[in-house]
Design a protein around this ligand. Structure first.
Ligand code: TXA
Ligand code: MG
Length: 322
């Protein structure tokens, strides 16, 4: 399936496809989503089939604006309105108690629903043209690296997708921060560009990190967002020794670095990313994909600092590596 250039006509066509229960891949500011009409369980079932995703993993419902929250959420707490005002449209997903009418196919059988207003203009136009909510996971096969370009979607998903809207590369590049507001204490289920401190500053409340809670999100599983090539995280000071060692054994090594100074030698394929997390993020998945496509023996990834700005990157790298 070739990606379709974005025009007003192609957006209208994509909205029609959604109305007819078809799947549409579309850009968001985080990653490309694989969308279906969230009110149509048969359409939603196609998402799980196309991705090879287990049916009990819930999907995020994308809506055109915060005023639509009450169409999906049973109770919209004050905290949700405040976060929406501050961060929507943007890379934040809120988990709220669902309305009776929200299909269980969307929520993986849970009594909560994930909602997000994406900040990408193509996504917003599509949501407005469609009118309803669009259930959309990242448009990759289950467990694989999320797509940040239309071409990634085309490589990974087959004809089960009726249309891939090509909105160019995603500006943020890592999936949205997920905050669960359905319980007493707000809990971050997945770190993203919007940090815990930013959320705290708006809510003036303690915010838990999900490490203690049960697995409710596929992104919380140990291996996810993963290349096929064996990938290892290494601190900068051991990366070079490790690369030398593996090269001496005849391996071809991919390196994803942002600070380590590494001499170019033929057995190494080095990709350098920016040392600023907000610039590193949009390049992360396409770089992992590029290295994964080179048929290397091992990918060594320089360990980023243990700093809040790097929380999303560290989370994804921990899951992409063994
Ligand atoms: O940035 C993003 O969030 C992208 C774009 C396309 O919007 N979407 C995305 O979807 O990353 P997906 O399906 O790959 O990840 C959604 C995460 C999953 O970990 C899922 O379990 C969690 O959201 N989630 C959705 N609804 C939930 C719910 N009711 N309770 C707990 N977790 C939920
Ligand atoms: Mg995903």
């Amino acid at each position: 399936m070739k990606p379709t250039p974005v025009t007003e006509a192609s957006i209208q066509h994509a909205a029609d496809l959604l109305r007819h229960g078809q799947l549409v891949a579309f850009p968001t500011e985080t990653v490309y989503g694989l969308g279906a009409d969230a009110s149509n369980p048969e359409a939603v079932a196609k998402i799980f089939a196309a991705k090879g995703r287990p049916a009990d993993h819930p999907l995020i419902v994308h809506i055109a604006g915060a005023e639509r929250m009450a169409d999906w959420a049973d109770q919209v707490p004050e905290a949700a309105w405040r976060l929406a005002e501050q961060f929507w449209p943007g890379p934040l997903t809120m988990i709220l108690k669902k309305r009776e009418s929200v299909p269980l196919a969307v929520t993986g059988g849970q009594d909560t629903v994930g909602l997000r207003v994406p900040a990408n203009p193509v996504a917003l136009r599509l949501l407005q043209a469609f009118g309803g909510g669009v259930a959309a996971p990242s448009a990759n096969r289950f467990g694989r690296i999320s797509p940040t370009e239309a071409q990634h979607v085309a490589e990974e998903l087959d004809a089960s997708v009726a249309c891939i809207l090509d909105g160019g590369p995603c500006a943020v590049g890592v999936e949205s921060t997920i905050i669960d507001l359905s319980d007493e204490v707000p809990t971050i289920l997945r770190p993203g560009r919007i940090t815990r401190s930013q959320l705290k500053a708006v809510l003036h409340a303690d915010i838990r990190l999900s490490s203690q809670t049960k697995i409710r999100a596929p992104g919380m599983m140990a291996v996810h967002y993963a290349p096929n090539t064996m990938a290892l995280l290494c601190p900068a000071d051991t990366l070079i020794a490790m690369a030398d060692d593996l090269c001496a054994k005849g391996q071809h090594i991919g390196i994803l670095a942002f600070s380590a100074e590494i001499a170019e030698i033929p057995c190494l394929h080095i990709l350098r990313l920016p040392a600023d997390a907000e610039l590193y993020e949009p390049a992360l998945y396409s770089s992992l994909r590029a290295l994964d496509n080179l048929q290397l023996d091992t990918i060594l990834i320089e360990q980023p600092p243990d700093h809040e700005a790097w929380a999303a990157v560290n989370d994804r790298l921990n899951k992409a590596t063994v």
